[in-house]
Design a protein around this ligand. Structure first.
Ligand SMILES: Nc1ncnc2c1ncn2[C@@H]1O[C@H](COP(=O)(O)OP(=O)(O)OP(=O)(O)O)[C@@H](O)[C@H]1O
Ligand SMILES: [Mg+2]
Length: 559
């Protein structure tokens, strides 16, 4: 015991922890809270990066006028006993320069995508290093990485662990390799403890299937733990438009951001700092703001005080600025979405909508939605909801996600689906898909599986869903009308057959003549030519049976 104060005793116990140590203890924050989810998260984090790297390779090659290859991703999950699996993913993306390999895979909060203000899959530089951390925590094994950056350069390999106390790489082994699968790309192989789900909403199979739906230019080959090879083919040869990097918009800026950027900027004066580092800030507006704060326009940006920064941010929020440029977004596109949904599903009706970009907290975003209906989709179950953010599937935390809330807030009975009490999840033979693309997806946690409930985002989601729902209603009501018409014709034909027979007996006239008059009567009453209506009575009643379920939906939904 010392004679000092309690605070002094406590001071001796103070320690700092590294970010890696923090996440080691709080792995649930990164999406590693169950064995099923952990395995999926590892694969998801690796593949997110692969597709980013493949697209980057294409865009950079195009700019240099070079040939490029479309994205290829090979995934293999091998069971090596008990709950231990080896996950291996290979891509044909940019590859990673030798010196960077240890850092990107073992340092949390280390990456190339921070502050890029463009739509991409990675955001915070945690993803793949967290997967390495999880592997190390559960198996103690090093992660094996191979990467090659061009046809002429060799492939380098590293076996890596994370020194969690320092958040730095521990290189177990490294060297050069003669061969690599492609001219350029990266291979990541790690051992994890996990539970493998064969099929179902939360399975790796489903993750890959959904990834393939919204990334139709990517070919994915998957070898599952039983050795079965599944190919998710490329359904489009066209590469999505590259999203451009934009400067942060003043509405999304907080005091800390402003101070951080002011220390990094190359601008010499605070006025040029405001006009060059932020989008839509004109010279005149910058001058007005700085005059109000009382800062000399020639002041060095790095020298502005915290109070001045707070005042600048406050004034920025109160000033009218144009919305940020929207070419930083890369939508899936209505047609692509329709095509890949139609290829992957045997639905009888598909509708899609890609809304114009909008802005939340100064950050551009756009919402796309689709509804697939009928066909092979099951009828009485809850409608299947497929959620995406920046073209990657969200399979967990549906209850916490803005998409779920937007869907359950719509009265789907008005559009032809069943729904108890006009709120909650609808039921019926349908799939509802929603995608949010943004320069920054506001995830509810680092696990990146649910989108936060910003009002502007919710509103855009609702509008997109209602757009699709209206198309569904029109389709169903047309179908309903056609059915009713068929029914009327069938009834007429049924009675006319009886009547023709009786009239032949009563009048002694020829059947052919009487039948012709009856057919004319039916045509004028139903407004449909019998030749057009076509088919025998037997066939007609068969098609009516097929439509029975739809009838039930439309009864409630008809307005
Ligand atoms: N397969 C790959 N090919 C090329 N570069 C890669 C690959 N995997 C990772 N990288 C590089 O490593 C960096 C760190 O990846 P990591 O997944 O940790 O973070 P991130 O993708 O930037 O963000 P997030 O935390 O949202 O995933 C990436 O920014 C990228 O530059
Ligand atoms: Mg990543």
């Amino acid at each position: 015991m010392t004679d000092g104060t309690i605070a002094e005793d406590l001071a001796k116990e103070m320690k700092q922890t590294s970010v890696a140590e923090f996440f080691e203890r709080n792995r649930h924050l990164l999406g590693y809270d169950s064995k099923i989810k952990a395995m999926l998260t590892c694969i998801k984090e690796i593949i997110d990066n692969c597709i980013d790297a493949c697209e980057e390779m294409i865009y950079k090659s195009k700019k240099k006028g070079k040939d490029y290859v479309l994205p290829e991703i090979n995934v293999r999950v091998r069971k090596i006993g008990g709950e231990r699996y080896v996950v291996r993913v290979i891509d044909n993306g940019t590859g990673i320069v030798k010196g960077q390999i240890p850092h990107v895979f073992t340092r949390l909060l280390y990456g190339s995508k921070f502050y890029k203000e463009k739509q991409g899959r990675g955001q915070q530089g945690i993803g793949v290093s967290a997967a390495v951390l999880y592997s190390q925590l559960t198996t103690g094994k090093a992660t094996h990485v191979v990467s090659k950056t061009s046809l002429r350069s060799p492939a380098y390999f590293y076996d890596l662990r994370i020194d969690t106390s320092k958040n730095r790489p521990e290189i177990v082994n490294s060297g050069m390799l003669e061969r690599f699968k492609w001219d350029h790309g990266t291979q990541v192989e790690m051992e994890v403890v996990g539970t493998y789900l064969n099929k179902g909403e939360k399975s790796i199979y489903e993750y890959l299937r959904r990834t393939s739906i919204v990334n139709p230019h990517v070919r994915i080959t998957f070898i599952d733990p039983e050795g079965k090879k599944i190919i998710f083919p490329r359904t489009s040869e066209s590469v999505p438009k590259e999203s451009k990097s934009i400067k942060p918009h003043p509405y999304g800026i907080e005091v800390g951001d402003l101070i951080r950027i002011s220390k990094l900027t190359k601008s010499k004066t605070v006025k040029s700092f405001l006009t060059q580092e932020f989008s839509r800030v004109s010279s005149r507006t910058a001058k007005e703001i700085l005059n109000k704060v009382g800062v000399n326009l020639r002041h060095m940006p790095g020298k502005i005080s915290r109070d001045q920064a707070a005042e600048i941010v406050k004034l920025m929020q109160a000033t009218k600025f144009m919305a940020p440029p929207l070419d930083c977004l890369s939508p899936i596109g209505s047609n692509t979405l329709r095509k890949s949904l139609s290829t992957g599903l045997d639905a009888e009706f598909v509708t899609t909508v890609s809304r114009n970009p909008s802005v939340y907290k100064g950050r551009p975003f756009l919402i796309e939605a689709a509804i697939a209906f009928g066909g092979s989709l099951s009828t009485d179950k809850q409608v299947k909801i497929i959620r995406f953010a920046n073209k990657m599937p969200l399979q967990y935390d549906a209850g916490a996600c803005a998409i779920t809330e937007a869907i359950s807030g719509i009265d789907w009975r008005r559009y032809g689906l069943n729904q108890t009490g006009g709120r909650g999840m609808p039921t019926g033979p349908a799939i509802i898909l929603v995608h949010m693309g943004s320069t920054w997806i506001p995830y509810t946690s680092e696990g990146k599986s649910a989108i936060a409930h910003y009002n502007t985002i919710m509103k855009e989601m609702r509008l997109a869903l209602q757009d699709c729902a209206r198309d569904l209603r029109i389709y169903l009501s047309r179908k309903h009308k056609a059915l009713k018409q068929q029914e009327r014709i069938s009834t007429f034909i049924k009675y006319s057959n009886e009547s023709v027979k009786s009239l032949v007996i009563l009048t002694g006239e020829k059947e052919e003549g009487i039948r012709k008059s009856f057919d004319k009567l039916i045509e004028s009453n139903t407004g449909t030519s019998l030749a057009e209506a076509g088919g025998s009575e037997e066939e007609k009643s068969k098609s009516n049976d097929e439509f029975e379920n739809i009838d039930e939906f439309i009864k409630e939904g008809d307005e």
